[in-house]
Design a protein around this ligand. Structure first.
Ligand code: NAG
Length: 333
């Protein structure tokens, strides 16, 4: 008999939230941006990212890694980290020399930029997928797919030449292959665990309303600001009653300096139609308690009254009492 209510509870309580159990980033990528100004001058920028959170930098003059978080080394030992940093230093030097080598067949015209992004991503069911992509002048150039080099469709004969060249350097190909398909997954699992207190934290947003620049005569731009939240997924809507207003326009989610996020969502309304509109914020840190702010709501004026006018009145009364006491003492003397 006891089992039945328990079973019913199981049906009523939301239990299908498994996909939300893991909050936080699911991928690690290293990014290389190499700028070749002329035949003697080049600059390499390197960085490491968990989704859109940067956790590694690269000091290119000295050739050392910068660990931006106390847990940026994941569960790798200091020896292993040193070995990887040495490998990247040698790679950057070799890469620059190869690209600038006047006998290479690519004959790129200075200045040009090469971008490389490589890493691995956790998928549901614990599968980890690795990737490596290179771009030239901002356009896809080559990628590694199923362990082989594939020229991008628009890369022309250069992409094919590059893949032919890299296939001659079996040693380098093997190192790249090992880094993205063995080292990266091992590092990703370790760093997600080492940083989980920070990566899976929940920080509640603050929200406020303002009016933006007038979009046109007789119109008002209502702006709903939502700031200081973590993680990044958020849903912000302008509502009339229980209905979402169709003209809601969402900006980009922008980073704050403290690694939380900021978003503004606007609505262009005809003057006089703003009354009764509200901004609704849904975020994982809030649970079911959405933030709802009403446009022109009297509570905000009420709060101003309480916060400013009452303390001022109290101060005035105190001052009056004090003057009155001084004045009466003088009268006695
Ligand atoms: C290469 O570019 C650097 C930086 O702009 C400049 O100082 C240098 O003179 C240039 N060298 C040549 C050979 O053009």
């Amino acid at each position: 008999m006891l089992l039945l209510p328990l079973l019913l509870l199981g049906v009523i309580l939301p239990g299908g939230d498994n996909e939300d159990v893991f909050q936080g980033p699911t991928s690690y990528h290293v990014m290389q941006i190499s700028t070749f100004v002329n035949s003697t001058w080049a600059q390499n920028q390197g960085s490491g990212w968990l989704d859109d959170l940067q956790i590694h930098g690269w000091e290119s003059d000295s050739g050392t890694a910068i660990f931006l978080k106390p847990w940026s080394k994941g569960n790798f030992s200091d020896d292993e980290v040193t070995e990887l940093v040495d490998l990247f230093r040698a790679y950057f030097i070799g890469f620059t020399r190869e690209v600038q080598d006047p006998v290479n067949e690519f004959q790129l015209e200075y200045p040009f930029v090469i971008q490389i992004i490589a890493g691995c991503e956790l998928h549901s069911g614990e599968a980890i997928e690795s990737s490596w992509r290179g771009a030239l002048g901002g356009l896809d150039f080559v990628s590694i797919q199923n362990h082989s080099c594939v020229p991008a469709p628009d890369s022309g004969s250069r992409g094919q030449k590059f893949c032919a060249l890299i296939s001659q350097y079996q040693g380098i190909s093997d190192i790249i292959e090992r880094l993205i398909s063995e080292t990266c997954p091992r590092y990703l699992l370790g760093v997600l665990d080492a940083g989980k207190a920070e990566l899976q934290r929940q920080v509640k947003p603050e929200a406020w309303l303002s009016s933006g620049p007038t979009p046109g005569p007789g119109h008002t731009l209502l702006v709903c600001h939502v700031s200081g939240f973590y993680p990044k997924p958020v849903r912000v809507m302008w509502m009339r009653g229980e209905q979402e207003e169709p003209g809601t326009r969402q900006g980009d989610v922008m980073p704050n300096a403290d690694s939380t996020w900021y978003l503004r969502v606007t609505l262009d309304v005809a003057a006089g139609e703003a009354a009764g509109l509200s901004c609704r914020v849904k975020h994982s840190s809030l649970g079911d308690q959405d933030i709802i702010l009403y446009w022109g709501h009297p509570t905000s004026i009420g709060l101003i009254l309480v916060a400013i006018i009452i303390p001022s009145l109290i101060l005035l009364i105190c001052l009056a009492l004090w003057f009155w006491r001084c004045w009466s003492y003088q009268n006695i003397l």
